[in-house]
Design a protein around this ligand. Structure first.
Ligand code: CMP
Length: 147
């Protein structure tokens, strides 16, 4: 039950639906440094961090985000039916819960409020990853560095 209160994934969902989803979760552990999946991999599940820290890495292995206890990841590829958009690596020992692709799809169908919540978070993450049109300016060396 504590999971329900801790995990933003479940925020806004009705208690009954959360309890049903929890029944479909599969536990998995990860060790420090373990790569859970890589950018381009096929997607088979959504992950919820019950405990621990993971890093989201870009195609060039730069850290895009750090996610912690209560966060979730792996929703983008499932929502868009694409391969993984980023690589995910465990930073410390992690207790994770997996929601399989089919259960995830069923959950979205059955609980539209919940689906909206997940889609909003995915959209916000995508916006953050999208290249900033003004950021080209920073690729020019400051004059002090020109020799
Ligand atoms: P997916 O593309 O399935 O696999 C990689 C995951 O990294 C992606 O889903 C998101 O869950 C997560 N992710 C990508 N970009 C960000 C970001 N900017 N902030 C947090 N999580 C992200």
């Amino acid at each position: 039950a504590a999971l329900i209160d801790r995990v933003p994934f479940f925020k806004g969902a009705k208690r009954r639906s959360v309890e049903e989803i929890i029944l479909a979760l599969k536990p998995r552990v990860a060790v420090p440094g373990e790569v859970l999946f890589r950018v381009g991999d096929p997607a088979d599940a959504l992950y919820i961090i019950q405990h621990g820290t993971i890093e989201i890495l870009s195609t060039t292995d730069e850290v895009i985000a750090t996610l912690r206890t209560g966060d979730f990841f792996g929703e983008m590829a499932l929502l868009d039916q694409t391969p993984r958009n980023a690589t995910v690596r465990a930073i410390d020992y992690c207790d994770l819960f997996l929601l399989g692709r089919d259960e995830f799809a069923r959950t979205l169908d059955r609980y539209p409020d919940f689906a909206d919540h997940i889609r909003e978070i995915a959209a916000a993450r995508k916006t953050r990853n999208a290249p900033d049109p003004l950021s080209n300016q920073t690729t020019f060396a400051p004059s002090s560095e020109i020799v």
